[in-house]
Design a protein around this ligand. Sequence first.
Ligand SMILES: Nc1ncnc2c1ncn2[C@@H]1O[C@H](COP(=O)(O)OP(=O)(O)OP(=O)(O)O)[C@@H](O)[C@H]1O
Length: 235
Amino acid sequence: MDVSVKLEQVTKKYGKKCAIHSLSVDFEKGKVYGVLGTNGSGKSTLLKLITGLVFPTTGEVRILGENTGRKSISNVSYLTELDMFYDNSSVEEVVKFMGSQFSDFDLSKANLLVDELSLDRKAIMKQLSKGNRGRLKLVVTLARKSPIILLDEPLSGLDPLVRESVITSLVKYVDFDHQTMIIATHELDEIETLVDEVLLMNEGNLIEKATVESVQELGLSLNQWVKQTIRGKLA
Ligand SMILES: Nc1ncnc2c1ncn2[C@@H]1O[C@H](COP(=O)(O)OP(=O)(O)OP(=O)(O)O)[C@@H](O)[C@H]1O
């Protein structure tokens, strides 16, 4: 088993609030993981711990075998919930700028993704719809050759047709021989065909981890499985 990301007994507190409670989990190279759970269950915090945007209160995060400690992490490509583009930049300027920031940025892949996701290169950020800004975030995240790709709510604000093309792009442009992808999302139906394994979070605890295959063998959709598992654990 080739582990890309390893969390060992990680607890993350924000002041008195415990967002992640003693979490130990491995993410294997080449797999796609879905991090699922109700609002406030700790999904974004888990991704931020892997990016090094927040540090564990106790425990360890290991990326490709190395304890990240309090170092900044360069080998993780991260799509955040936040919008980080300058209002007056065009799509092509944003792509060029991101290319200048990351040595692992693949400009030709970015250009292919711009076309695939039907973005206008000349369009200016402040004139782009939320959905188009979402697509651009995805372009610049997927264009990196980082071994670890983290996507926080990549489908939010996108209409059903665009969601479909985003899923297609994820399958087409991610190199599953070298990259591991972790997606935090509430869009269970859309990701069902994409992910290999799901982690179900509740109030900072990992309450279940399962392969999508095993969920399907139960005759359940991911949606049904999540509801059933949460109900069962809370009963
Ligand atoms: N910077 C912060 N300061 C204080 N509390 C925080 C901070 N960030 C998150 N929290 C709290 O930690 C808990 C986990 O938050 P987190 O954003 O990780 O959940 P989430 O599962 O991603 O939620 P959502 O589905 O709503 O995006 C929540 O109770 C949240 O209010």
